[in-house]
Write a protein that binds this ligand. Structure first.
Ligand code: ADP
Length: 506
């Protein structure tokens, strides 16, 4: 902190001492006003940032200092020579002064003890406000002990009060170090220094005989420093430290994000190269198994043929998975290129239905093509990827269907030249609570992989990416136990808006 901490109050102090040479009243007014402004600032900063601070010690002080500032303001206005709203007298301003100092010392003493529990700001302001108004009423109605007698100087009450206030402040110092566990060492040092300055100020005020004397001047300068130090503690605790912590955590999250991105890239690269590497030996296994299976000399026993069929079945399934993983890795790395062409939708739908029909046979699931395309139902899409989308939706509709269920594919034009294709099934459906997870990568919604329900939870992630990459949308409606309808919407060729899609990253 160093000179930055001390420069403002020292500058103000030099200005005030200079001013005192010309007019003590001006000095006093400005010295008090500076301290009052600081006390209001303490309150404004602490109040508006109270949710940022780690402790409520300073909020407690700030609510107190607001009212101390208010009492000091009256003290300034009734100072001898001011005559603002009552005829200024030495005694009246001393009385306001001494009550504000009692108040200040007690707030400093109680703060570390009271703030071990959480505080309600509104409650504090109300309680302190009531005390301050009570004190002002007692003084203005003439019920407060006399503090100053013109010509004689300070009364015993005033002098002993200053000693008593010093004693309270010394106890406040002890309490601060004993109870102020929540405070940082920096905050503690500033508050302790502030209490010490107030003690010095009080000692100065026991000396003077004339309210315009030198010790009075020194006392006000000490007071200015003590308020300034509390203000610094509030700024450090409520602004500087939270901001520094925020900056640190922002930097930390940026670093974490970078690491996560790098790890994700490494994972995609790994998946891509692994799937490539796996496909070569897998194709060799499948190729040789097919050669063996063809068995032109009929030399294989039925037992051996059955085993080769297992190799082919398992191998094809594995190849499909590897291809899906490869697609996903490409999608993630945005390395999936589309080659767009004019595609007749009815033709592709019929092809896909024909390809998926055999999947339904073991379970008696029927696939019905109800798509009636006109001559204008053409899409400008990647033919292979479009087929992949439809096959994926159709095979899911078969896979998650009931025995003897049906799957219907149909299409209609919606909105501005947009084609909606939907695949409806009478299957197991998806529970409402799982709807948000359907397109999530590797999420199978708790489906256990069995022969009927094999999969890896990648199909719909890739499907959504492909649809969006072709400027389309995908969605579904589903009721558990009744069935699901998955739909895609793609712009028809006539609409002329193609491949500018917003991609939702998997
Ligand atoms: P996979 O089928 O390989 O598990 P998908 O990404 O294609 O992966 O589907 C994700 C999950 O969504 C599936 O595991 C399944 O639980 C659910 N699901 C997909 N399509 C349907 C459908 N037509 N009916 C019921 N559930 C479905």
């Amino acid at each position: 902190m160093g000179w930055r901490l001390w420069a403002p109050p020292i500058t103000v102090a030099v200005f005030l001492i200079g001013l005192a040479q010309y007019s003590f009243l001006a000095f006093h007014t400005f010295a008090e006003l500076f301290a009052i402004v600081i006390s209001f600032l303490i309150f404004a900063v602490a109040w508006s940032t109270r949710r940022l601070s780690r402790n409520n010690f300073l909020l407690f002080l700030a609510c107190g200092y607001f009212w101390i500032g208010a009492l000091d303001l009256i003290h300034t206005l009734v100072y001898k020579g001011m005559d603002v709203f009552v005829e200024g007298s030495g005694n009246l301003s001393v009385q306001f002064w001494i009550s504000a100092r009692y108040f200040e010392a007690l707030v400093l003493l109680i703060a570390p003890i009271a703030t071990t529990r959480s505080q309600n700001g509104y409650f504090l302001v109300t309680v302190f406000g009531t005390i301050a108004l009570g004190l002002a009423t007692v003084i203005l109605t003439g019920n407060f002990p006399v503090g100053f007698v013109e010509g004689e100087g300070l009364t015993k009450f005033k002098i002993y009060s200053e000693y008593l206030i010093d004693l309270i402040l010394a106890s406040a110092l002890v309490a601060l170090f004993h109870f102020g566990r929540n405070l940082s060492p920096g905050e503690k040092t500033l508050i302790a220094a502030s209490i010490f300055m107030t003690m010095c100020a009080e000692l100065m005020f026991t000396f003077y005989v004339d309210v315009y004397g030198v010790s009075n001047l020194a006392g006000h300068i000490f007071k200015l420093f003590s308020f300034w130090l509390i203000f610094q503690a509030v700024v450090i605790s409520h602004l500087k430290e939270p901001y520094a912590a925020l900056q640190d955590s922002e930097e930390h999250s940026r670093q974490l994000f970078k690491n996560a991105e790098a790890a994700n890239r490494a994972k995609s690269d790994f998946l891509r190269s692994m799937s490539h590497e796996l496909r070569t030996p897998l194709n060799a296994i499948l190729g040789f198994a097919q050669i063996l299976r063809s068995d032109p000399k009929k030399s294989l026993s039925p037992y051996q043929v059955e085993h080769i069929d297992h190799i082919l079945g398992g191998g094809n399934h594995l190849l499909e998975l590897v291809n899906q993983v490869l697609d996903l890795a490409r999608v993630e790395a945005d390395k999936l290129d589309l080659s767009l062409e004019d595609v007749d939708v009815s033709e592709v739908v019929a092809e896909c239905v024909a390809l998926t029909l055999p999947l339904g046979e073991p379970n008696g699931v029927q696939i019905i093509d109800e798509f009636i395309g006109g001559p204008s139902t053409h899409l400008y899409v990647d033919r292979l990827r479009f087929k992949q989308i439809l096959i994926n939706l159709l095979s899911n509709a078969v896979k998650y269907n009931k025995h003897g269920g049906t799957v219907i594919i149909e299409g209609s034009e919606v909105g501005d030249d947009v084609l909606r294709l939907s695949v409806a099934d009478t299957g197991i459906g998806i529970a409402d609570k799982d709807h948000s997870r359907v397109f999530r990568m590797f999420d199978r919604l708790g489906t256990v992989s069995t022969l009927a329900h094999d999969g890896a939870g990648i199909g719909l992630t890739v499907t959504r990416f492909l649809v969006e990459k072709m400027s389309g949308r995908i969605g579904f409606e589903s009721k558990e136990g009744i069935g699901s309808t998955f739909w895609i919407e793609l712009p028809l060729v006539t609409s002329g808006q193609v491949v500018t899609g917003e991609i939702t990253r998997p």
